[in-house]
Design a protein around this ligand. Sequence first.
Ligand code: PEP
Length: 259
Amino acid sequence: MRKLLVAGNWKMHGRLSQNEELMNSLFQQLPALSESIDILVCPPSIYLDQIKRLVDGRLIGVGAQNVSCFELDGAHTGEYSASMLADLGVSYVLIGHSERRSEQHESNDQVAIKLKNALKAGLVPLLCVGETLAEREAGLVENVIADQLSIAFAGLDSDELSRVVVAYEPVWAIGTGKTATPEQAQHVHAYIREFVAGGFGSELSLNMKILYGGSVKAANAEELFKQPDIDGGLIGGAALVTEEFTAICRAAANSPKYG
Ligand code: PEP
């Protein structure tokens, strides 16, 4: 049975006081839910320590939005490594988010290095994959996903891969208000699971969490989470609004799938 995961990606939003307010309202509303699903928040990296302290052992995970390609300490101004995140007590990290792929020109090869570094440091990586609208319209969805996955997974052994969470995030659905239909999302999730089964066996594939991301909100979460291969969501804009994020977590906790 796969436990559903709802992860909030705060992107470049927040201030000390706003973060504290948001976390306090999540603590009030989420405790009962955090026993049946995994809940994670990914604030901007400079606030990770603040959020870790606020969480203070409660059942909410803390993740970073990025990590360096450099593994070892050195002259890399502005970078922070996977082992620094682990040192801070951070347990998850987003890898290859489409905003980083497009704005920072992060390549599939860099994503693969980050994934390996994160695993080596004991972090749980959330590997983001997804196609652009042009790629979808050209009928290339599966090719794009297969490329992104095969480059990211090259050289990983089964034990490493078993710690990876994949997030399918169609680029055209991120921050646009356009959500993939539950059927469109399910189709790609099933493809990802088959792809993993083909390379690494069905047991690993059946245990892998595959999240959907792209304009998930309270109004569409339930239908998405009912799909057999959707194991939760990576939530951007709605993660900054307590009522929305809580309702999305509730939809995951109430999912009839494994009940
Ligand atoms: C995201 O940041 O990964 C995301 C899916 O954003 P949004 O929910 O705002 O589309």
